[in-house]
Design a protein around this ligand. Structure first.
Ligand code: ADQ
Length: 513
């Protein structure tokens, strides 16, 4: 088994200039993702929009995905195409049933928990799996006529895993890459998914599959070898279903310099000055997450309780400001995590708080990005303790926002993908509140020299492995894959995916579910 540490040399393309320039720059870029950013807004804020927006602008291209709207005419309308300079967006609606079964159902009630190691929460028998495949098929049919011969196609995330298999059925032979933003679980967990082999073999319609971490890549490779009878080649690629699939770890990054500038500009915002009057900066601990059960929020509040129990000198002095806006409302597990967080917060505040101070301040709504940057800079501790996370960009943003002369300290879960790169953070097991409490204390008391040294190492890491580095590496590696033709010269992808028997069970057409 390969080492589970992120190996920088492997993420570098075999050819290319090593500076992040694609080895052979050809044609447009086509991005396919569940949601599409609104390009009419000049400034793209955060997430995938920033990550791929630049690449789209430089090569020209198309961004295809769900409009965010639900309508009864979703199937008859065709894509809504809008053009902004050399970039177009093409969006389609979902029907109510598709929204319920493809988005809330199979994607978010089954795949999300399963891929985050939460077999207990995964609704494995959801009827949504068939609709998930149908939506992928319809999306592929809607985008196929818009694709040009020399386009490079880059598909994102767990909503769209079988997308390329459907596109290949439309005789699309372009290079197609896929990036999984969330973890890929241990094979023993993944194999609990009904029809997992039919589902997993659709990965082989891609030329390149990118994961956040080496651990995720190796989980997938082990699954493919053990459950799909694929062969691992000496260079790490996987051979199966008549195709050769390159798999790599591409840890996603941020634009650290621009986030740092934002933090510096906003650290003295009036709202934050008011906060500073109540809690001294050197006693402020921050957490910023979507309110998701993968983020370890109740465990984090328990750790605050543990800190105050063990070191009562902090009572009345430190505060955790936890910003956690609601997400995926309508999925029961999210309602439950919200109630649990509110109950535990009430418990800890009730036990340790008084008239003028409470240990946990909880804000249940989104906060503008600029304000978050300023808040990170004004705090002493960044608490990023997910139970499982593909990467976790908040960890990187927290480091980017710090004043290098007087930086705060990052406390990071060993189960965040970011832990593979950010070794100078204080690493914790988020399931152990006592261990997290000890790390919080260490962060609060850390001498300036150690804070600076840790921050410097982390800053260098996030600047060199930025979002631009991630994007260019992915595209450079994708460009150097052979773009295996689906027609003469090799077995057709369509036939390979259809007819090559999966030895363990009766193979059905994965794209016809
Ligand atoms: P997420 O699970 O959404 O992303 P994360 O990586 O932390 O998690 O990104 C969240 C982004 O939203 C950050 O840029 C953060 O600043 C912003 N954000 C969070 N809370 C906010 C709030 N209250 N108000 C405003 N903005 C807020 C998925 C995977 C991650 C992976 C990313 C990118 O789950 O593991 O790192 O995709 O690949």
């Amino acid at each position: 088994m390969a080492s589970l540490k992120f190996d920088r040399s492997r993420a570098v393309p075999m050819r290319g200039d090593g500076q992040g320039q694609p080895a052979s720059k050809t044609g447009r870029l086509v991005i396919v993702s569940n949601r599409v950013a609104d390009l009419s807004k000049g400034n793209l804020a955060g997430g995938l929009a920033v990550a791929v927006g630049e690449a789209l602008k430089s090569s020209g291209g198309l961004w295809f995905g769900w409009s965010g709207a639900r309508s009864a005419e979703a199937h008859s309308k065709g894509p809504n195409i809008q053009t902004f300079g050399n970039v177009s967006t093409a969006t389609v609606d979902l029907t109510e049933k598709e929204f319920e079964d493809y988005y809330l159902g199979f994607s978010n009630r089954c795949l999300w928990p399963l891929f985050h190691y939460r077999l207990d929460l995964a609704e494995l028998h959801t009827t949504g799996q068939a609709t998930y495949f149908e939506v992928n098929k319809r999306f592929a049919a809607e985008v196929a006529p818009l694709i040009q011969t020399d386009d490079t196609i880059w598909v994102h995330d767990y909503h769209l895993i079988p997308f390329a298999a459907h596109l290949r059925q439309k005789q699309v032979t372009n290079r197609i890459g896929f990036f999984l933003h969330i973890p890929f679980p241990a094979p023993e967990l993944f194999s609990a998914l009904p029809h997992h082999r039919d589902f997993a073999k659709t990965f082989f319609a891609y030329d390149l599959v990118g994961f956040q971490t080496v651990r995720d890549r190796e989980n997938f490779a082990r699954y493919a070898e053990e459950y799909l009878n694929c062969r691992r080649l000496n260079d790490g690629r996987l051979r199966g279903f008549g195709r050769t699939l390159r798999i790599e770890a591409f840890p996603i990054g941020i634009d650290a310099e621009s986030f740092a500038a934002e933090a510096e500009k906003n650290a003295r915002a009036p709202e934050l000055r008011a906060l500073a009057r109540e809690v001294e900066s050197e006693r402020l601990i921050v957490g910023v997450d979507r309110l998701d059960y993968s983020k370890g929020l109740p465990e984090r509040v328990r750790a605050m309780g543990s800190l105050l129990e063990k070191w009562p000198n902090y009572i009345g002095k430190v505060q955790l400001l936890q910003i956690a806006p609601p997400t995926r409302e309508g999925v029961q597990a999210y309602d439950e995590i919200r109630s649990e967080l509110e109950r535990i917060t009430g418990e800890v505040n009730g036990r340790y708080g008084d008239f003028v101070w409470s240990p946990v301040r909880y804000v249940n709504r989104p906060v503008p990005r600029a304000m978050l940057a300023g808040l990170f800079r004004r705090s002493r501790v960044g608490l990023v303790t997910p139970l499982r996370d593909g990467m976790n960009l908040v960890a990187k943003e927290y480091v980017a926002a710090q004043d290098p002369a007087d930086p705060g300290v990052l406390v990071l879960s060993q189960f965040a993908g970011a832990a593979e790169q950010m070794e100078e953070a204080l690493m914790v097991n988020p399931h152990d509140p006592a261990e997290t409490a000890t790390a919080i204390r260490r962060a609060l008391e850390m001498p300036l020299g150690e804070r600076r040294a840790r921050h410097k190492a982390l800053w260098n890491q996030i600047v060199s492995e930025s979002v631009g580095w991630w994007r260019e590496r992915f595209l450079a590696v994708l460009h150097e894959t052979n773009g295996q033709p689906a027609t003469p010269g090799g077995p057709s992808t369509r036939n390979a995916l259809r007819s090559e028997a999966v030895p363990h069970e009766q193979s059905s057409d994965p794209t016809a579910r």
